[in-house]
Every structure is written in structure tokens, then in C-alpha cells.
Design a protein around this ligand. Structure first.
Ligand code: SF4
Length: 293
């Protein structure tokens, strides 16, 4: 009976960076806020609260406090408002997200109808729209394009989406527009996680996907795993049911880009306990299959 983790699992570069920026800021300042959760993970948000970093949901709740901008960015209007009000901005927007915002702005300025492949309600997409003055078409996949025709269209993607869906959209658009400009803004961290998760799912009897139930990239990993094998998406070890592992030999674990290491370690140890393996680790680096990015 084996329990392995997908080679690239857990915190991505952008999330590691955002957490470091937040914790470094908390060393010198008291009472800092993040506008929205800094990452989509309840456990991490609670840990940050213990360090004096609190979440607020809207600018009106900031009350003059230094404000951390989360890894997936906020609307341009909000950045402008904070600056206007003299709020100290601690910008933890992931550089890949900032680049996507910049690309959206440039396409809009050059007269392209911007099409964003993404989830309408995802904070990253909401922020992206603000960089094109709200003038963007947002679709999740090619089937949502129906028989629409365009003159000049510029396609970008929410960073956590799947490349296959972007390819499908581009295929459909080619014959439906006069000019098509595509910028692949899907971040490498996402693709790398999706590939290593696919490889592990193919050789496993069961996959456990760890991460926030509202985390877009974790949900995508669960969707990929379900194509190959029985899959459970959990947030913490407390959701694990021993019955899942009956008659299973090879268990695979993967985790979204916003899942803290300690949560993954707890899940790994609990699965081994359920399977009767006498294995316990303290560090994610000791989980078979893991490779630091
Ligand atoms: S998933 Fe990619 S774009 Fe999003 S925070 Fe991580 S590194 Fe940045």
C-alpha cells in the first residue's frame, strides 16, 4: 500500500511570495488588513489573524490601516481609491496576475474586444475586467461562444485555467473573426501542477485533492483527477473517511496552489494511519514524490 504526492503540490510561487510579504510586514507593523482573503484557504487566513493580519471585505472597512493586496489582485478603481485616500498599499499581487492585467489593458487600448476565459465571479477576473473598463466578454469554454462573430478579438485567460480549454476557444474563434490575438496568460505553476496531478491520477486507485472548496485551481485539480479515478476533494484531514481506502493499493495526493504545507502533511499522516502504514512525516519534503519548485 503506497501513498504518494503529486510532484508539484501546494503553495505556488505567487502564494509563497504573498504570504512572505504579509508576514514580513507584520514584523514591523501592527493591525494590517488584507482586502479580501490573501489566498483562498481558511486555515491560512486564520494563521495570519494570529499574526495581526485581518481580512476586510471592502475599502470602507480599512479605516486607514496598511492594506495588503492579495495574490490575485483587486480592481483598478480600488487601487486608485486607496491611493487617493493615502492608504499604505502593500502589494502582494502575483507578478503573473499583474502581467495579465497589463496585457488586458493594452489589448483594450489597441481596440481589441477583450475575451477573458475564466469564471465571471472569480476575484481575479473581476479585477481583470476593471483594466478594460468593464468591456470584456467572459466565458468558461468554447460552447459559450454560440454563433458570435467578431472583428478584432484579443483572448487572455484567468491564470489558473486549463490550456486545453484555451485551445478550444481559439479553434472556434479562428473562423469567426477578422483578427485574432491570443496571449497565453495561464501560469506555469498551474500547468505544472495539472500535469503532475494527471500523471499521478493515472497510476493511482484513489486521489485525495486538498485545498479550499472555493479555490479555483484546487477545483480544477479535482476535475482532472475525476477523469481517471475515484476522487475526494477535502480541506483538512478531519474530512477523511477510513472507508474510502478499503481495497485500495495506491493512493495519490495532490494539493492546490493555496494549500499550506502543514495541512498536506496532516492529510498524508492520516491516510497512512487509515491504511495501517507505520509512516509519519513532519515535513512536506519527506512525502514520497514531492519536489520543491
Ligand atoms: S497560481 Fe500562478 S498566477 Fe496564481 S498566484 Fe500562483 S504563481 Fe501566481
Amino acid at each position: 500500500m503506497t501513498v504518494k504526492i503529486a510532484r508539484n503540490s501546494g503553495f505556488c510561487f505567487g502564494v509563497k511570495r504573498a504570504i512572505k510579504i504579509a508576514l514580513d510586514a507584520a514584523k514591523n507593523k501592527k493591525d494590517i488588513v488584507t482586502l479580501g482573503p490573501i489566498i483562498h484557504n481558511h486555515q491560512m487566513v486564520t494563521k495570519l489573524e494570529n499574526e495581526g493580519i485581518y481580512k476586510v471585505d471592502k475599502p470602507a472597512e480599512i479605516n486607514g490601516r496598511p492594506t495588503i493586496i492579495r495574490s490575485h489582485g483587486v480592481e483598478k478603481e480600488i487601487m486608485d481609491l486607496l491611493e487617493k485616500n493615502g492608504i499604505e498599499i502593500i502589494n502582494a499581487t502575483c507578478p503573473y496576475v499583474s502581467k495579465t492585467q497589463q496585457v488586458a489593458k493594452e489589448l483594450h487600448e489597441k481596440g481589441f474586444q477583450v475575451l477573458i476565459m475564466g469564471d465571471q465571479d472569480h476575484p481575479e477576473v473581476i479585477a481583470l475586467r476593471s483594466y478594460v473598463e468593464g468591456d470584456a466578454i467572459v466565458v468558461n469554454n468554447a460552447s459559450e461562444l454560440l454563433n458570435k462573430k467578431f472583428k478584432k478579438i484579443g483572448v487572455i485567460s484567468q491564470t489558473t485555467k486549463h490550456i486545453n480549454d484555451l485551445e478550444e476557444i481559439v479553434k472556434v474563434l479562428v473562423s469567426r473573426c477578422e483578427e485574432l490575438y491570443v496571449v497565453n496568460t495561464i501560469c506555469n505553476a498551474t500547468a505544472v501542477r495539472q500535469n503532475s496531478t494527471t500523471n499521478l491520477a493515472k497510476e493511482s486507485d484513489l486521489m485525495i485533492v486538498i485545498g479550499g472548496k472555493n479555490s479555483s485551481n484546487t477545483k480544477m485539480l479535482a476535475k482532472i483527477c475525476r477523469k481517471f479515478v475515484e476522487t475526494y476533494h477535502i480541506e483538512t484531514e478531519s474530512e477523511i473517511d477510513e472507508k474510502w481506502f478499503k481495497a485500495k493499493k495506491n493512493i495519490g495526493i495532490t494539493a492546490g496552489a493555496s494549500t499550506p504545507d502543514w495541512v498536506i502533511v496532516e492529510v498524508f499522516n492520516k491516510i497512512n494511519k487509515c491504511m495501517g502504514n507505520n509512516i509519519e512525516v513532519d515535513d512536506i519534503n519527506d512525502i514520497p514524490g514531492f519536489k520543491e519548485e
